[in-house]
Write a protein of this length. Structure first.
Length: 306
């Protein structure tokens, strides 16, 4: 099922046609409040009333026109301006390819520098895409982090190289959001079974907490809806002598909202990622691939309301 959904995420015909279907559009509303920045910001205001910070991401990737990359950068700048004007506790997260990485890497870095300057002191996050971009994205983050300390990077626990990437970044006092990974990758470079991915996720987080305890400066965000895994990391933190919870928990809008609230009540710092935009199809299919419960929800949209 996971492989099928990931194949569907990358299929051009399906990408063009499935988003037109009414039940697909209705199902995706679980994962995003709307397609516009205005709808995303309105959702953020509701989370502010609950005391929950947010993280905005504009959907879209692998652009073919540099003008579109410039337009995406401008939209992010406008969102940052709105965040600042409203005083929202909000950050942004961007994909390198939506800022033109495939077309002009120097221009992409320039866009990221402008976004980080506008957002400071809030963090600007660089999302990780498929393994074809891993090395380039890590290098891009190195270049950005040296001059813009308010920048962070998403890393994936299913890639076997991730531990060495963190070691490489450690001298830069990195800000890391750890996710499991949601792209179809060959077995020689990634862990395939859920048990292996989870074990590596836990090992990486434990290792980073050890580095933090030993005096290294870093930030850790757990980008996962796996509450059991979150609690395992927290259990280790307590056994290692940390006071409080030394990491953030970052979950998607609409996913396990009851668990988000429960974690907040238990003292976990929780941040909600709000995705928006018209180019949502591949992102949505990867979300379905992450959890069988998401697929069940999508299938229910085929049924008439009772």
């Amino acid at each position: 099922m996971r492989r099928l959904l990931l194949w569907m995420a990358g299929n051009g015909w399906l990408r063009r046609n499935l988003p037109r279907l009414w039940f697909t559009r209705r199902a995706v509303r679980r994962f995003m409040p709307g397609e516009t920045a205005e709808e995303a910001i309105a959702a953020a205001e509701k989370f502010r009333q609950q005391g929950t910070p947010v993280l905005f991401t504009l959907l879209g990737e692998n652009l073919t026109r540099i003008e579109d990359a410039d337009a995406h950068a401008q939209e992010y700048l406008e969102v940052i301006a709105e965040i600042n004007e409203r005083g929202l506790d909000a950050e942004i997260s961007v994909k390198p390819t939506q800022l033109g990485y495939d077309l002009d890497q120097t221009r992409t870095l320039g866009h990221l520098e402008r976004l980080a300057d506008a957002a400071a002191p809030r963090t600007v996050w660089i999302d990780m895409e498929s393994s074809a971009y891993t090395e380039g994205t890590v290098a891009l983050y190195e270049a950005l982090k040296r001059s813009r300390p308010n920048s962070g990077l998403c890393l994936q626990s299913y890639l076997k190289r991730t531990h060495s990437d963190i070691e490489r970044l450690l001298p830069l006092a990195p800000r890391i959001r750890m996710v499991k990974g949601a792209y179809a990758e060959p077995a020689e470079i990634c862990y395939r079974s859920r048990r292996e991915v989870d074990a590596n996720y836990l090992a990486l987080c434990v290792w980073m907490l050890d580095q933090l305890r030993n005096g290294h400066e870093l930030f850790l965000g757990l980008g996962t809806h796996d509450v059991d895994l979150v609690r395992q990391v927290a259990d280790y933190a307590r056994s290692a002598g940390f006071e409080g919870i030394p990491f953030d928990v970052e979950m998607l809008y609409g996913i396990r909202a009851d668990q988000q609230q429960r974690l907040k009540e238990e003292g976990f710092p929780v941040r909600v990622l709000i995705a928006y935009g018209r180019a949502w199809y591949p992102w949505y299919m990867r979300r379905l691939a992450e959890r069988p419960a998401n697929v069940i929800f999508a299938i229910r949209q085929l049924l008439p309301p009772w």
